[in-house]
Design a protein around this ligand. Structure first.
Ligand code: C2E
Ligand code: MG
Ligand code: MG
Ligand code: MG
Length: 280
């Protein structure tokens, strides 16, 4: 009987796998046309400075609304875009769109915001990235210090030597680099001083239970004090409650981002938010 159950489980598992891969195939094909068909858009989530008591930046987050399949999460389609190589053209679109928006907000008289853009592994390994970014900034007329590129630890650590070179190139161009989801990868701390990064984004998994879990408290506080010693900025991701905010502020965290202040929003809504922002 055990054997039979085992076989059934196996059969069930492969059927599920097949369903996953046929959905992936459907998504690759759909994604190929999503750009041309205007199904992709960016949402913007404010980043709040706890020292300056204002919104000092915003992260651009990609959204895909498919007419039949509905909204598809970037957690699902970004890996598919990477595997299929589509991330190169999608990533370029994201960069251009985010830089255009930053420029527009500046022209409309908003206080300058740093626009943070997520960069995938494949984009970061592409030797042309610095040229592409420079070209987009020049074409749109935005100063490089208003652009920040977010890399995950995994992306930076895949080939640390190449990452150091790429970060140096970007740094020379005046572009900021931050480490996303910090603490979830396996970056060797000795690389942190070699990487030209200016900010660590504390992963939301440590922030979630920060008010109740002494270990998460200790980890977050250690990341913040290490960052201070290294001269790096810190931003906590996924801040949802006033208790989390209070702890982070007491630890000297520089910035926060999360639903407590706002979910990611379409551009017009974000603009209104920046105008009416009040620190809580
Ligand atoms: P990420 O860059 O770490 O972005 C943070 C994610 O947490 C976003 O999910 C955001 O909506 C969500 N989030 C923000 N505040 C809160 C909060 O208070 N609570 C909770 N539970 N979640 C919060 P999203 O937009 O679904 O994006 C998921 C991931 O997809 C991003 O993680 C990023 O790795 C990737 N991604 C999104 N846009 C792009 C893009 O344009 N290019 C690339 N390469 N990756 C992208
Ligand atoms: Mg990010
Ligand atoms: Mg993150
Ligand atoms: Mg993430």
């Amino acid at each position: 009987r055990a054997k039979q159950e085992g076989r059934n489980n196996y059969r069930f598992f492969t059927a599920e796998m097949q369903a996953t891969s046929s959905r992936n195939l459907q998504l690759v094909n759909a994604l190929r046309y999503a750009l041309e068909r205007n199904q992709l858009s960016l949402h913007y989530q404010p980043q709040v400075s706890l020292h300056q008591n204002c919104v000092i930046g915003t992260e651009a987050l990609l959204r895909w609304h498919h007419p039949e399949l509905g909204s598809i999460s970037p957690a699902e389609f970004i890996p598919i875009a990477e595997d299929s190589g589509l991330i190169i053209s999608i990533g370029e679109w994201v960069l251009r769109q985010a830089v255009k928006q930053a420029k527009l907000w500046m022209e409309e008289g908003h206080a300058p915001l740093i626009m943070a853009v997520n960069i995938s592994a494949i984009q970061f390994r592409h030797p042309d990235l610095p040229n592409l970014v420079t070209q987009i900034l020049e074409e749109i007329g935005l100063a490089p210090e208003y652009l920040e590129l977010e890399l995950t630890e995994g992306v930076a650590m895949y080939d640390p030597q190449a990452a150091i070179e790429m970060m140096n190139n970007l740094h020379e161009l005046g572009i900021r680099v931050s480490i996303d989801d910090f603490g979830t990868g396996y970056s060797s701390l000795s690389y942190l001083k070699k990487f030209k990064v200016y900010k660590l984004k504390i992963d939301q998994s440590f922030v979630r239970d920060i008010s109740t879990d002494p270990e998460d408290k200790a980890i977050v506080s250690a990341i913040i004090s290490m960052s201070k010693s290294l001269g790096l900025q810190t931003i906590a991701e996924g801040v949802e409650t006033v208790e989390q905010l209070t702890y982070l502020r007491a630890q000297g965290c520089d910035e926060v981002q999360g639903y407590f202040y706002s979910k990611p929003m379409p551009a017009e809504q974000a603009e209104e938010y920046f105008r009416e922002f009040k620190l809580r």
